[in-house]
Ligand binder design. Structure first.
Ligand code: COA
Length: 259
């Protein structure tokens, strides 16, 4: 795929989406978002892709939305840009495959919001995370006020959102904002290790798990429980359920095929 601000590569069933706008610390403009959308569309359409890793470079995952275009925007333009961002982020959050954000350096504003749309966040020791929008006279417009408190709780999220404070990797780990912190040169291999582990698990069940969790969090407990039950029972119609349980009983390793 010919993209300018994103490198897209599929290797061993794992899709790598690498943000590549180094001169601006990967700040997200409409081109980055459009290209991210293309990459996500490729992941949606490809059965053989079992997990997806999003990464930047050593210095930045993404240092936020590109403040340049936003500085000139009026209310309508902000709504348009925000809507486009929200649609791409929803597509990422709804991706029917497990997603991992491998965060090195800055994950600020819209960058952290992209990471919050992923199922896992791993950080390098140099990671700096935050939603500094308040210091620019705005608030996060890409899910930050919603996804951050849901993930780390209202108290710490309020501190980060109201004060615009950035936090380092060790604090992010303590808050549960990231699930692991690694030396910079090990981040990619740790992300790959997790992606490979996920790639070996039954994809239909993983997708059902993701959908159930997300439905419950957005629609409430009752709806979530109904969704979970429907997905749970549906999985008994898959070959992977037969294989998983047979493998247990036969004391061997299951081989899942995604059907
Ligand atoms: N939007 C647009 N440009 C950005 C950017 C953003 N969010 N983040 C970084 N850049 C640009 C800088 O303007 C600079 O461009 P220039 O060389 O043409 O001047 C380049 O990226 C390098 O950034 P610089 O500020 O020189 O690096 P630094 O290491 O000194 O500082 C940051 C890094 C992340 C602390 C600083 O760039 C920053 O505060 N960025 C904005 C973060 C933010 O508020 N994000 C939320 C936006 S809603």
């Amino acid at each position: 795929m010919e993209l300018e601000t994103i490198r897209f590569e599929v290797r061993d069933g794992i899709a790598w989406i690498r943000f590549h706008r180094p001169e601006k610390l990967n700040a997200m403009n409409s081109q980055v978002l459009a290209e991210l959308e293309q990459a996500l569309a490729s992941c949606e359409g490809e059965e053989s892709i079992r997990s997806v890793v999003l990464a930047g470079n050593e210095k930045a995952f993404i240092a936020g939305a590109d403040i340049g275009p936003y500085a000139k925007a009026d209310v309508n333009q902000a709504l348009q840009m925000g809507t486009f961002t929200m649609n791409v982020q929803e597509r990422l959050a709804d991706l029917p495959r497990p997603t991992i954000a491998a965060i090195s350096g800055f994950a600020l504003g819209g960058g952290l919001e992209i990471a919050l749309c992923c199922d896992f966040r791993l950080a390098a020791e140099n990671a700096v995370l935050g939603l500094p929008e308040i210091t620019l006279g705005i608030i996060p417009g890409g899910g930050g006020t919603q996804r951050l408190p849901r993930l780390i709780g209202l108290g710490p999220a309020t501190e980060m959102l109201f004060l615009g404070t950035t936090i380092k990797a060790d604090r992010a780990l303590a808050l549960g904002l990231v699930s692991g912190v690694y030396p910079q040169d090990q981040l990619a291999s740790e992300a790959e290790k997790l992606a490979k582990r996920l790639a070996k698990l039954p994809p239909v069940a993983l997708k059902a798990c993701k959908t159930s969790m997300r439905t419950g969090l957005s629609a409430g407990l009752k709806e979530g429980l109904r969704t979970e039950l429907a997905a749970f029972s549906m999985l008994f119609g898959t070959l992977d359920q037969k294989e998983g349980m047979a493998a247990f009983l036969e004391k061997r390793k299951a081989q899942f095929i995604g059907k």
